[in-house]
Design a protein around this ligand. Structure first.
Ligand code: HEM
Ligand SMILES: [Cu+2]
Length: 550
């Protein structure tokens, strides 16, 4: 059982995550109606304002707080309760991140930061918005240092031993996060803040976008890796089996560190300021990430098959029926994985130099990230929520709540299927992302986009509405698990934190020599970024003033 302090810390992180989730999903609901011309926002509320709140609160804030809740609980569970210093840093991290979040959110809601979650210059928000973002990053670093410190203490006590898989994966995730944040910290502190407060007049836009995406792509792996931790470590336990291969799991995480950072240019393929050689190099590195992704898919299905056969499943697919479909902790994650198959395939399309031309900045992209972060990641987090909160509060995930949880994940899937399919199709036809509804001046060709069976005005709104209802149901379940459900301490047993056994006896020790991997990661980053970034600085354009378009 987690120490009482560690539990509280994890719970507060969960709490803030779900507050962000309420506001964020409500904005999502408004968006689908505005986009379909069914809702006119009042004059004091701007479409780009709610879109900014949606992106920031769901993609950046919900994920980050939830991830730390999960990692804190898991590290305390696998390596033992936190000491006083780790606790102190954990709380400091939580408080600073929360203050940053509050500051940024207030700026967005008061209409001073409708710059969307990518905050591209030369759109300019209030300087305090960027200060808020910087505090969010600093806060997450403090929380990361807490967990890394806890790990170092464990390593000292257990000299020469490989750490438990959960801890290893946590440290990989945090290393990735800290290296990735360097880019966004550099641009926010040295470019945006001086420019937004008016200390300097202009900003180097190409440099700021490049530093943003140096961070922005690994950011998606910061969301994904904790979900993968659940896939690798939690799922086998629920299935009653072991981790398929400890060394494969560790190697895949190392490869994610290496290949998720030096690839940000794949978001900038249409930008003129980067020569095609560097874009090509980074696209090649992007495709390398397919290797650990397929390794992950392979070991998941191997785990399923092994467990299904153990339970008596025979024939080619008999094991499939033996999976614990009635256990929502498993079913949620299985659906999450299923969504990631088209999600990952779409990612390959987006990253392809030529195909990117077709989909760039269209609704296709919106469809894409709702079936990557919006479902595989978010639904894995939902699946974790169902047992993590009971594990932390000692309350029971009752039969009634389990039934509601099924309705919740199934409705989320249906809603997302409708909304994201419509978005993918509309995007291919040419509909742009990040616009409120536009009549396109009555242009016949543009209006034809909306004639399809799935790509009409209704599908996206219906999908969005189902999603919102599902989100509300989730919040009902969360509130119950936090405050209402009966205590489950019958024989002193709380809901378990499922962690599967992992056989480390054949795992090579060098996999946990972090300096090797940090070294290789830095070498790849220098190779991919040093020259193009120094070009951007040496041959910088005159710099851009600013625009406040809202
Ligand atoms: C109630 C559920 C949701 C609905 C109805 C919804 C709806 C939408 C819509 C319609 C857009 C496109 C707006 C535009 O381009 O004009 C959008 C954008 C976006 N959504 Fe969602 N979404 C939901 C949940 C989520 C979740 C769970 C996440 C991530 C965890 C997410 C992340 C994003 C991001 C990052 C954007 C892009 C914002 C931007 O372009 O600046 N959404 N959403
Ligand atoms: Cu990317």
């Amino acid at each position: 059982m987690v120490g009482i302090q560690d539990r509280k810390l994890a719970l507060w992180n969960v709490g803030v995550a779900y507050i962000a989730f309420i506001i964020g999903t409500f904005c999502g609901l408004l968006q689908v109606f505005v986009r379909n011309d069914a809702l006119n926002l009042p004059t004091w509320l701007n479409y780009y304002q709610i879109l900014t709140a949606h992106g920031v609160l769901l993609a950046l804030i919900y994920t980050t707080f939830f991830i730390f809740a999960f990692l804190i609980a898991g590290m305390s569970k696998t390596l033992g309760g936190f000491g006083p210093k780790v606790n102190l840093f954990g709380w400091l991290g939580f408080i600073v991140t929360t203050i940053g979040t509050a500051l940024a959110t207030v700026m967005i809601i008061s209409g001073k930061a409708s710059v969307m979650y990518t905050f591209y210059a030369p759109l300019k928000a209030s300087g305090w918005f960027y200060v808020g973002l910087a505090l969010v990053i600093v806060g997450t670093w403090l929380s990361s240092f807490a967990l890394i410190g806890h790990y170092i203490v464990w390593k000292k006590r257990n000299k020469g031993q490989l750490s438990p898989l959960f801890a290893y994966m946590t440290i990989s995730t945090l290393i990735l996060w800290i290296i990735a944040c360097l880019g966004v910290v550099a641009t926010v502190v040295f470019q945006y803040i001086p420019w937004a407060f008016g200390w300097v007049d202009t900003i180097n836009v190409e440099l700021s976008r490049s530093l943003f995406w140096y961070f922005g792509h690994p950011l998606v792996y910061f969301w994904l890796l904790p979900a993968y931790i659940a896939w690798y470590v939690v799922v086998p336990k629920i299935l009653g089996t072991k981790v398929f291969s400890d060394s494969l799991a560790r190697l895949s995480f190392v490869l994610f560190i290496l290949f998720s950072i030096p690839v940000g240019f794949h978001h900038q393929l249409t930008e003129p300021g980067i020569s095609s050689f560097w874009k090509f190099l980074q696209v090649v590195l992007t495709f390398m990430v397919i290797i650990p992704s397929l390794m992950t898919a392979f070991s998941m299905f191997a785990t399923f098959e092994i467990s299904g056969r153990k339970k008596g499943g025979t024939g080619l697919f008999g094991w499939f029926k033996k999976l614990p479909w009635k256990d929502v902790r498993f079913t949620s994650i299985f659906i999450a994985m299923a969504f990631f198959i088209p999600g990952g395939a779409g990612g390959i399309i987006n990253a392809s130099f030529q195909l990117n031309e077709l989909v760039h900045n269209t609704l296709w992209i919106v469809g894409h990230f709702h079936i990557t972060v919006g479902t595989p990641v978010a639904m894995t987090f939902m699946g974790i929520t169902f047992w993590l909160i009971p594990y932390l509060t000692g309350r029971k995930f009752t039969k009634r709540l389990q039934r509601l949880a099924f309705i919740q994940v199934i409705s989320w899937s249906v809603g997302m299927l409708l909304m994201s399919t419509a978005q993918h199709i509309l995007g291919l036809l040419g509909a742009p992302r990040r616009t409120a509804y536009s009549g396109y001046n009555g242009n016949v060709n543009a209006l034809e986009w909306f004639d399809g069976i799935l790509s009409n005005h209704v599908t996206m709104a219906v999908g969005g509405t189902i999603l919102f209802l599902s989100a509300m149901l989730l919040l009902y379940i969360v509130a119950n698990l936090l405050f209402v459900a009966p205590k489950a301490q019958l024989n002193g047993e709380f809901e378990e934190f499922p962690i599967a056994e992992s056989d480390k006896s054949h795992t090579p020790k060098f996999l946990e020599n972090w300096w090797i991997w940090i070294g290789v990661a830095v070498a790849l980053i220098i190779m991919a970024y040093a020259l193009p970034l120094s070009h951007m600085i040496q041959h910088s354009p005159p710099g851009s003033g600013h625009h406040i378009t809202w």
